[in-house]
Write a protein that binds this ligand. Structure first.
Ligand code: NAD
Length: 544
């Protein structure tokens, strides 16, 4: 029974703590880091509110210190995925029937718990498990996740208010039902906030969810499950499974109650999902929603009027923060010939000042890449660039060392071939490729930016000349779902820059915006007629 129209106004973004010397947040964080380093965590699957331990354990180690054991996670199999689906479907009726203000307040409470009691823990687990420095962990695991929860409550509140008009003698109304069946959420390693958002955005709408985080994000993912439980999320609404991707796909994509997938990760995996779902269409009760935010080959193009210092800073931060492991990270740059020498000189000098090492040493700006597989792949591209006859040269970094952790120096490759492999493919690491173009060939270079990669996630134009800005905005309309003017192409904030790209970068359903929530709803229109007619004849049928 609802005796009011409970509306949640637009929240403010969670303030970013700065962890300055002597600040209470810095002291609290260091204490939790120390505590976590002295323990061995035991990460279970969460099915129907139960913590499931299979005994088949895999170790969790900091990417920057792979000899240290942080904990173990328990590996599940197809049976666990089936159990998770059953638990979700069992929870569905009660959850979908729960009044909106009760559902909303669970997620708002979770946001408040993350902002207070669990802040240091979610930041510390992200620092250790995913090798993020304190600032990168704070803006992701604390602020962005809190924002996702609070803003989505507001956006959904807004959707529920959207109602059709009613003509005379009738009432029309729209019900925003959850989808029939269960939603599968599959999240990547690089953002704790995405891990939290993919299952909760669907669950908030009244859906039940099976969530599979990346194995390399499980150390912080388990904190999200603990927070949601403490916030009052009923058992079975979100179930966390730990299985290999193909096992997950085999069970979920064959299931008649599969209602949709909320994915963030690489383009290849998403394409595989799409094909499998298409091949299984005859098996489902409804057309599944397929939502995926995928890879990027994000660009920065500077115009001849650009301020070289703005270009250098946008590249240094945009390409190398979190070791370039952001889907939005700048990885190809187009620099005009008139400022190229200055930009390269200053960029190389700036990179030399970046300290690399463990996340526990707060003076480090650069930490490790996520795992050995990623390290080996990046090293392979760097070695190829170093080879004689490769036609490219490495102007900064280029050293790789995995003896203690998976460390790759911030690396800049300069190429004279704008279609060199590292200008086109997503590497997902601290490697930026730079191409110097003739300053008089700006429009031709815009065409090159447009045609070089299959992705269209983020991009930036850096220019003082307003005509040049306008040209870029128009020419590059379909090259990026998030476009920046005189800024780096990373750092989207929930509610401010809704995030997502098109082409090979995904379905562009804009995480952290109202658009995303529509995908987890299935509207029912209800028309009620007050005084129904009792004769089938229309007036036009009468002659007099
Ligand atoms: P990934 O594609 O390797 O993995 C993503 C998730 O899919 C993981 O949980 C993984 O275990 C799972 N998975 C992999 N193969 C599977 C299979 N066959 N069946 C079912 N599940 C499977 O990506 P990643 O390395 O974790 O993350 C990096 C990628 O994510 C990059 O391509 C990056 O651009 C992209 N990304 C995109 C956005 C965006 O908003 N567009 C945001 C973050 C990351």
């Amino acid at each position: 029974m609802q005796y009011g129209d409970f509306f949640y106004p637009m929240p403010a973004n969670e303030p970013v703590l700065n962890y300055a010397p002597g600040s209470p947040e810095k002291l609290a964080l260091k204490k939790v880091l120390k505590q976590l380093k002295s323990e061995v965590a035991d990460v279970p699957l969460y099915i129907g509110g139960e913590e499931v331990r299979t005994g088949k354990k895999t170790s969790i180690r900091p990417p920057h210190e792979h000899k240290h054991l942080l904990g173990n996670f328990h590996n599940g199999d197809a049976i666990h995925v089936k159990k998770a689906i059953d638990a979700a479907l069992n929870a569905k009726e009660k959850w979908a029937g729960m009044p909106w203000e009760n559902r909303a307040n669970i997620f708002l409470k979770a946001a408040d718990l993350l902002a207070t009691k669990y802040r240091a823990l979610i930041v510390a687990t992200t620092m250790l498990g995913q090798s993020k420095n304190p600032y990168q962990a704070e803006i992701d695991a604390a602020c962005e996740l809190i924002d996702f929860l609070r803003f989505n409550v507001h956006f959904l509140s807004d959707i529920y208010r959207q109602q059709p008009v009613s003509g005379a003698g009738m009432n029309n109304r729209m019900e925003y039902r959850p989808l029939e069946g269960f939603v599968l959420a599959v999240s990547p390693f690089n953002f704790t906030a995405i891990g939290g958002n993919l299952p909760t955005s669907a669950a908030m709408c009244g859906n039940v969810v099976v969530w599979k985080p990346a194995h390399t994000q499980l150390y912080s993912a388990q904190v999200i499950m603990r927070v949601l439980k403490e916030a009052g999320l009923p058992d079975g609404v979100i179930n966390l499974v730990i299985v290999d991707g193909p096992v997950l796909g085999e069970v979920c994509f064959e299931h008649p109650d599969f209602a949709g997938v909320h994915f963030t990760g690489s383009t290849g995996v998403f394409n595989h999902f799409w094909k499998t779902i298409g091949a299984n269409m005859g098996k489902y009760k409804s057309y599944p929603r397929i939502v995926g935010e995928t890879g990027g080959k994000d660009f920065v193009i500077a115009h001849s009027s650009a301020d070289p210092d703005v270009v250098v800073t946008a590249l240094a931060r945009g390409a190398f923060e979190y070791q370039g492991q952001k889907c939005s990270a700048a990885s190809r740059a187009y620099i005009p010939s008139n400022i190229a020498i200055e930009v390269k000189k200053k960029l190389v000098a700036m990179l030399k000042t970046m300290k690399m090492g463990s996340t526990e040493d707060f003076t480090n700006f650069i930490n490790a890449v996520i795992d050995e597989k990623s390290f080996d792949k990046l090293e392979m591209y760097i070695k190829a660039a170093k080879k004689k006859g490769s036609g490219v040269k490495i102007i900064a970094g280029g050293n790789c060392d995995k003896s203690k952790g998976y460390f790759i120096e911030p690396t800049v490759i300069e190429t004279t071939d704008p279609k060199y492999v590292t200008m086109c493919e997503e590497l997902f690491g601290p490697v930026l490729t730079l191409y110097v173009y003739d300053e008089n060939k700006y429009e031709e270079t815009l065409a090159l930016v447009d045609s070089t990669s299959p992705y269209a996630l983020t991009g930036a134009i850096i220019a003082q000349d307003r005509y040049a800005v306008d040209l870029a905005v128009n020419h590059l309309r379909n090259c990026a779902g998030n476009f920046y003017i005189n800024d780096k192409p990373t750092g989207a904030v929930v509610g401010q820059q809704p995030f997502g790209g098109a082409r090979g970068s995904g379905t562009n359903d804009k995480a952290g915006s109202i658009l995303n929530l529509y995908r987890w709803l299935s509207a029912r229109t209800i028309k009620e007629t007050f005084v129904p007619v009792t004769d089938y004849k229309y007036p036009f049928m009468l002659e007099k």
